[in-house]
Design a binder for this molecule. Structure first.
Ligand code: ARG
Length: 594
């Protein structure tokens, strides 16, 4: 686990119980191992660390637990402590403590009771990174949205996050595109028509397809494409200009999708492969000078320790091919140099699919050998599985092509319209359209987030748009429903709650909801510790379910005066937490009405 963190209630319990264990045993480094209880029968949390300590001291664990409990004063937080089984300590939060926390959260509703990290880090997050010689397709979805969630969450905790969109904007495919651009330009000027620079790209999709098919079928065109690559590498003015135009048009297309998806990635976050071009020779030279790189079969290679091929021979990371060309790995080494040296990154997080694991392991190893990454620099590869079709194979169109991200989002919104229509036919059409956008895009993102990122998952519109279950529409509806309580009561909830100084938590459903509310920080902590957005979605889903239970059992607007403020506050904090989780951390829009 990585120390991004702020103190949650669990951390506070951990600290105090660990201290009591240390005092009783005279041992340093005691850990209480506080975990959420597996069953409410055992309370809210349990400390499991006494058994290990007893083993170490060769003493009876139950006796030791008794001594620890004796030493502990948790009366400000917990009910009387209970020892269970061989030496677990069961902890149950006091209603007074819960009430105090809820009031605290209400008073500081921007942070919802979540502390900032004690030590802010400079974290570079490398995500999305499409190869822009093609349109963005479903294969770019996961890196883009998981990366964005990681950035948003770390920022919320107070870290200095630097987003890097390491786009593939260099390479032989651009020769093909530049040659096609040139061809189209010649065609149009032959007709004598004046033309805007990006006119040949008006239909980007057709332009790419055309380039590829010419390349595959036409020897003359292949020759032109190769000449374009040579020209580009030499830095020839005309080819460079064509490349810039194509690159810009492609980035604009990505930007449209980022905006639609609610992804925070801007032009200034783009630093693609091409921008490291001028550093590549120096990277190789440095590696040669320090003796790490050797020539092997004409190529320049580094053999980092511990990497072997199937035959057990040392595995090379190739940094320059025998024809002089540099590779993906060379660029990644240059990027690490830049990120540590210029951006002052303490941590660099790479969000790509699991197939690139070996690449990053080797690049990280070489960056350490060369001291481009310092000992203190953490290099982290956050991997994910594939998006599958209903047939269990990678999602493709009927023609066997990659599904364009744009088409996927269009269809999601189209289908969401039907859901909205069914749920609330009386809404005005503009409202319906707005809600369908939020629900459609939200559903695609939420479905991805709610899956364990390291597994593959089956992409199903029906499932992700279902009104019940752990889905975006369910969560969005839960939010809208709380909003509707306020509308129905015609109250200014903020105003009504501003004066509340005391709560009255008694009903099991109230307590249950209160306990979930105060655990938002814990959910964020576990999500960020392992870069897993599904901990957030799980938390939010449970929150919505607990709210549902509460709302069934406990009247709110019709509550007695001694109960009404407490219940209104529970509504309000649930609303704020769902909104924050969805819109701030997951980048999913909420709607007031559904
Ligand atoms: N362009 C790469 C791809 O499409 C992803 C880039 C990931 N980042 C990196 N620094 N290599 O696979």
């Amino acid at each position: 686990m990585i120390d991004y963190l702020m103190k949650t209630i669990k951390d506070k319990l951990e600290e105090r119980i660990s201290a009591a264990m240390a005092a009783v045993s005279g041992q340093g480094g005691c850990t209480a191992l506080v975990k959420p209880a597996t069953d409410p029968k055992f309370g809210d949390y349990q400390a499991n660390g006494v058994m290990a300590l007893a083993k170490q001291l060769k003493t009876n664990p139950r006796k030791l637990a008794e001594q620890v409990v004796e030493k502990l004063d948790l009366s400000d937080i917990c009910e009387e402590l209970e020892i269970a089984g061989p030496g677990f300590i069961n902890l149950r939060l006091k209603p007074d403590f819960l009430a105090g926390r809820l009031l605290g959260i209400n008073a500081d509703s921007n942070r919802l009771g979540v502390e900032q990290a004690a030590t802010p880090r400079t974290v570079v997050v490398d995500f999305s990174g499409p190869n822009i010689a093609k349109q963005m397709h479903v294969g770019h979805l996961r890196s883009t949205i998981i990366g964005d969630c990681i950035c948003r969450t770390l920022e919320f905790l107070g870290h200095n996050v630097i987003r890097q969109n390491h786009i593939g904007d260099w390479g032989t495919q651009f020769g093909m595109l530049c040659a096609n651009y040139d061809r189209k330009l010649r065609q149009t000027s032959a007709t004598g028509a004046a033309m805007r620079a990006d006119a040949p790209l008006a239909d980007q999709e057709a332009f790419y397809r055309e380039a590829k098919s010419l390349y595959d079928s036409n020897a003359q065109f292949r020759k032109e494409a190769r000449a374009a690559v040579v020209g580009l590498h030499r830095g020839d003015g005309v080819w460079t200009r064509y490349w810039e135009i194509i690159r810009k048009s492609s980035i604009d297309h990505c930007q449209e999708l980022y905006d639609r998806l609610g992804i925070i990635l801007r032009a200034q976050d783009v630093r693609g492969e091409s921008e490291y071009n001028n550093d590549l020779a120096a990277v190789v030279k440095d590696l040669e000078k320090s003796g790490f790189a050797k020539e092997s079969e004409g190529a320049v290679c580094v053999f980092p320790e511990g990497f072997k091929n199937k035959e057990g021979e040392p595995l090379p990371l190739i940094v320059q091919k025998s024809d002089g060309a540099y590779l993906y790995a060379t660029t990644d080494l240059a990027a690490i140099r830049y990120r540590v040296g210029q951006l002052k990154a303490d941590r660099i997080i790479y969000v790509t699919d699991a197939r690139q694991s070996l690449h990053f392991e080797m690049v990280f190893a070489v960056a350490r050998m060369a001291s481009w990454a310092k000992d203190s620099t953490k290099l982290i590869h956050v991997t994910f599985g594939s998006v599958l079709g209903e047939n269990g194979k990678p999602l493709k169109t009927r023609e066997g092509e990659n599904v364009k991200l744009k088409d996927l989002l269009d269809e999601a919104v189209e289908r969401a319209k039907a859901v909205v229509e069914q749920k609330n036919p009386e809404l005005p059409p503009e409202k319906k359209a707005e809600i369908a956008q939020a629900v459609g895009i939200g559903a695609v993102k939420y479905a991805d987030y709610s899956n364990n990122r390291t597994s593959d998952y089956i992409f199903s519109f029906d499932k992700m748009l279902a009104m019940d279950g752990n889905t975006a529409p369910y969560m969005q509806y839960a939010y809208a429903r709380i909003k509707s309580i306020e509308r129905k009561g015609q109250i200014n909830i903020e105003k009504e709650l501003a004066k509340v100084k005391q709560l009255n938590l008694t009903e099991p459903a109230e307590l249950d909801l209160a306990k979930q509310l105060i655990r938002y920080g814990e959910a964020i902590e576990s999500a960020v510790a392992d870069y897993r957005p599904n901990y957030l979605t799980t938390y939010l889903y449970e929150l919505a379910q607990k709210f549902s239970g509460f709302y069934t059992d406990c009247p709110v607007l019709a509550a007695e005066p001694d109960k009404r403020p407490t219940r209104l506050l529970l509504c309000r904090l649930t609303e704020l937490t769902i909104k924050h989780g969805l819109s701030e951390l997951l980048g999913i829009k909420v709607v007031e009405q559904m």
